[in-house]
Design a protein around this ligand. Structure first.
Ligand SMILES: Cc1cc2nc3c(=O)[nH]c(=O)nc-3n(C[C@H](O)[C@H](O)[C@H](O)COP(=O)(O)OP(=O)(O)OC[C@H]3O[C@@H](n4cnc5c(N)ncnc54)[C@H](O)[C@@H]3O)c2cc1C
Length: 457
């Protein structure tokens, strides 16, 4: 009897899962396996918000497998050692998994391949599970990856997508392969109060509602901070409870300018993944150095603290940072503003901001987080690396009535309309009535410091 193992990583779903389908097609039985990988914890990637969402995803995946006659096998430890042990216990011939893009994912694949070869077991790595197009599926003539989004998107849009794969109807797991208990949220501390629920069932519900009711207004509404009119599907894409291929197909089927704008954002996700696949060091090193001599953490200590706490004195930046802490998620426009403020106005190293985001974001993702931070810091793929977002102008444009700020900065809730964006304009007793800090730096001063320091190193 042929037995396969499917190693789930960032693809915690049953629908549209080519690796799962391939494993099932060739085998009489399969072991759906998830390993709580020690290396991920040691690298500091097990932020509580993501651990809670992950627990939801694993419980839901187990439920989906059980409804089909199977179950999820969970193990902890070194991923390679655990896979080899399960292969031995199940007497498996093949292991299937999704291709990853990070340096760590690549090394994991290499280590697994080498270890499994020694056991007479083959590793099959499947593309287009985690991204819609595989990194390298489209390339410019002179390089192994696109460094600019617009031409990438042109090619990406013309490339045919594979068809979605149906979820399996029934799954047979061989006897004698034990599992640890499925992790749960219980006992996890440090969670954001407004954290979303994880799991494929939840993701599919949200996707259906999004396609039915909200996608049509995405083009006009996606930058409106208080409107909250984006899909909020990012954690599901990060954990793979939704398939990007299926999302593109279904959005295209919905049609219209909202769907087109949404598909363009999914292409941004693929774009960053293909950059990271080609340049794994971009997770930690400048993609394009600007010879920055960032302020030292010591010199900027108070500013960094104010930024993290949402006490910079710039209401829209503070609202963004408090949304992050409260929900473990932040609106894209708010992420841009918070990142521009830290890297350009405060001239603090993008890695410090990216680390803080990764500590809290439920969708915290090496490709999307590090490369968006680099984009905004001007060390990445932005073709206008010197751009600085003015938090007051941006607030007036994307939160004209001040609703987003009042939602997250209750100290200012009494300030009506757009006045909430400039509390420093209040005078005397009126100003003193608000327990809210003065700006940590004048914008013009921050701009001058950034311009003087950049590219002078
Ligand atoms: C500084 C900074 C850090 C970020 N860190 C992350 C991160 O860790 N994880 C993450 O998934 N996204 C990150 N983003 C991108 C983006 O902000 C989020 O994907 C988006 O806000 C998620 O909300 P949504 O699902 O409602 O997005 P929607 O607007 O509904 O977009 C749909 C999907 O497209 C993808 N997408 C949208 N914008 C981008 C983008 N700029 N880059 C890559 N993919 C995009 C996401 O998968 C998103 O779920 C970051 C952006 C910035 C500026």
């Amino acid at each position: 009897m042929n037995v396969s193992v499917v190693l789930f990583t960032s693809d915690l779903r049953l629908h549209d899962h080519p690796a799962l389908r391939a494993a099932q097609d060739g085998s009489a039985a399969l072991v759906p396996l998830f390993v709580r990988d020690d290396a991920v914890a040691e690298a500091g990637f097990t932020a509580p918000n993501r651990m809670a969402f992950l627990a939801d995803c694993l419980a839901d995946l187990d439920g989906g497998l059980r409804a089909r006659g199977g179950r999820l096998v969970v193990r902890s430890g070194d991923v390679v050692a655990q896979v080899c042990q399960v292969v031995a216990e199940a007497d498996a011939d093949e292991v299937h998994m999704a291709a990853g893009v990070s340096g760590y994912a690549r090394r994991r694949e290499e280590r697994l391949r080498a270890a499994l070869e020694g056991e007479g077991c083959r590793l099959h790595v499947h593309d287009t599970v985690i991204t819609a197009l595989a990194p390298g599926a489209v390339t410019p003539s002179t390089s192994d990856h696109f460094a600019v989004f617009t031409p990438y998107f042109r090619h990406w849009s013309q490339e045919p997508l594979r068809d979605p794969v149906a979820a399996p109807r029934a799954i047979r797991v061989p006897d004698g392969v034990g599992s640890e208990a499925i992790p749960s949220r219980t006992g996890l501390s440090g969670l954001s109060e407004g954290l979303a629920r994880g799991g494929e069932s939840e993701g599919r519900k949200r996707l259906t509602a999004w396609l039915r009711a909200d996608i049509a207004s995405y083009e006009d509404g996606h930058d409106d901070l208080s409107g909250d009119a984006t899909s909020r599907l990012s954690p599901h894409l990060h954990f793979g409870t939704l398939s990007p291929v299926e999302l593109v197909h279904r959005a295209r089927a919905a049609g219209g300018p909202g769907a087109e704008a949404f598909v363009r954002q999914l292409a941004w996700r693929d774009f960053h993944h293909q950059v990271l696949a080609a340049r794994p060091d971009a997770a930690v090193a400048d993609y394009r150095t600007k010879r920055d001599r960032w302020r030292s953490e010591r010199a900027a200590h108070e500013d960094i603290k104010a930024w993290k706490k949402g006490r910079t004195g710039y209401p829209v930046v503070d609202a963004a940072m408090r949304q992050l802490r409260h929900e473990g998620w932040m609106h894209n426009r708010a992420r841009l503003l918070a990142a521009s403020f830290l890297t350009k106005t405060l001239y603090v190293d993008w890695r410090i901001g990216a680390r803080h985001f990764l500590d809290l974001l439920v969708d915290g993702d090496v490709a999307n987080n590090q490369l968006n931070w680099q984009w905004m810091a001007g060390t990445g793929t932005d073709s206008r690396p010197g751009r600085v977002l003015n938090p007051v102008t941006q607030a007036k444009r994307y939160d004209p009535d001040g609703e987003y700020v009042r939602r997250w900065v209750p100290e200012l809730a009494e300030l009506a309309g757009g006045a909430v964006h400039e509390p420093w304009k209040l005078q005397g007793l009126e100003r003193a009535a608000y327990d809210y800090p003065d700006p940590v730096v004048e914008l013009s001063e921050g701009l001058a410091r950034f311009r003087a320091a950049r590219d002078r190193g």
